[in-house]
Design a protein around this ligand. Sequence first.
Ligand SMILES: [Zn+2]
Length: 188
Amino acid sequence: MSLALLLACGAALAQPRLALPLTIVMIDGSGWTRERADSALREAAAIFAQCGVALETAGFHIVEVPAGRMDFSTPAARELARAHPVVRPTLYLVRDTRTRPAFEAEAIGRGNSRTRPEIADTVWMTAGVRDPGVALAHELAHVLMDSGEHSDEAGNLMRNETSKQNRKLSAAQCARLVDKGKANGLLN
Ligand SMILES: [Zn+2]
């Protein structure tokens, strides 16, 4: 075996193992259940394993909020973040969304949180979201990369439309997600 080949094998084996500790806040009465959340987390973890990233649950909080604040809107989100401070990054499981256009899942990175710093590094998913595991991985990838960019590649996780079939991350996407995530203190 040539030295070059040995080095190549060594590099493949030395894939970094990075932990992505995610805190979960589930709104009581939102329609979310612990089982559905756990199944989404398992599916997202399988997707992130492609990049050598281990998605872990860092805490699971069930929070009661007034009936008028169960849906995502920037003011409701800011108030919730202030009232129940938890470690970032955080997944919030809410009932619905009041934003228009209405997205079933949203990512708030650093770039789109300058006027709402309380909710930087968060993902929000409504109870009606389709393919919650893929949607969670897609939104978390936006947060880690701190980018709203999408991909046209067939089967890619970052295609505009999330679907069960779109779960691939390219080497370049993994590299960006790992570098940015580490720089922003979201991976360790
Ligand atoms: Zn997206």
